[in-house]
Design a protein around this ligand. Sequence first.
Ligand SMILES: C[S@@+](CC[C@H](N)C(=O)[O-])C[C@H]1O[C@@H](n2cnc3c(N)ncnc32)[C@H](O)[C@@H]1O
Length: 308
Amino acid sequence: MDLKQLIKTSATQLELAKLAYGHGTFNAQDEAAWLILWQLKLPLDLDLSEDLLRIQGQVSALNSSLHVTDIAPAHLNACQALIAQRIETRKPAAYLTQEAWLQGIPFYVDERSIVPRSFIAELIADGAFDGWLSETSHTFLDLCTGNGSLAVLCALAYPDIQVTGADISAEALAVAKINIEKHHLSDRIQLVQSDGLQGLSQKFDCIVCNPPYVCEASMLELPDEFKAEPQLALAGGTDGMSFIRQMFKDLAQRMNDQGILVLEIGNEREHFETAFPRLEAVWLETSAGEDQVLLLTKEALLQVFANQ
Ligand SMILES: C[S@@+](CC[C@H](N)C(=O)[O-])C[C@H]1O[C@@H](n2cnc3c(N)ncnc32)[C@H](O)[C@@H]1O
């Protein structure tokens, strides 16, 4: 069996098993290619055909001219075992490979933190909120840092900043530490265990935050792949706004005068606008649309939360 045939038959198996995606790929074909290429230690952006293979943050081309006719039996068995494991466990592929890619940057991941996939990563890469920053914006906070991916991406994108990554989970922070060391950023990113903003005393120029925001009704319908992730990272209470509501009470105090918050809220825009009808948010466009990530200035926050 050649590489293309192996990916094709594996994709068919994944398709028949009716898996859920969204942890780096969005369909069976890309998921199969990712797992097989990883297992064979081939680059994920290997040319395999003319079709585009999209692995979040990585775009690779499948080139029909490439035929790997001799996949050794031991390698073939290993690939088939990995595909079977994906089907049987329903765990996200990244937990099986312990590797996730975001904006072309590799991250270590295991079940102590969620798989990196925040849309804020796109905005950092595109410089989408640069217009709200200035030459004096040096202090960043990645609140709910989890695996540390957003802290790392911020530090890589802005070489002059210092980043604090905060999370309530010691287990997630252990994963973040691995990623910070992997990217040699220990001198620019510090980790703090903190329940919301409580453990922080500094003020920041820019706060990025991908908090737990999944509402109760959606939590009940999560596919197994998402149930394999720490529920603390996902569950946002009845309307998904529990963490955010609490955070807003103290947020302005943790921001410098020109400070901004870049906040991901997933599919919860309706709940967000119902909970905070007077907040003047700027909605930032990502590949998922204009409803997933918003920006708030300190000024906008103070207009609503000044007396709390
Ligand atoms: C959606 S994950 C985001 C992880 C990472 N920033 C990313 O984008 O991949 C949310 C994170 O919030 C953390 N978290 C949940 N409740 C928290 C709280 N009260 N204070 C601080 N962090 C909290 C979880 O441990 C989890 O790591």
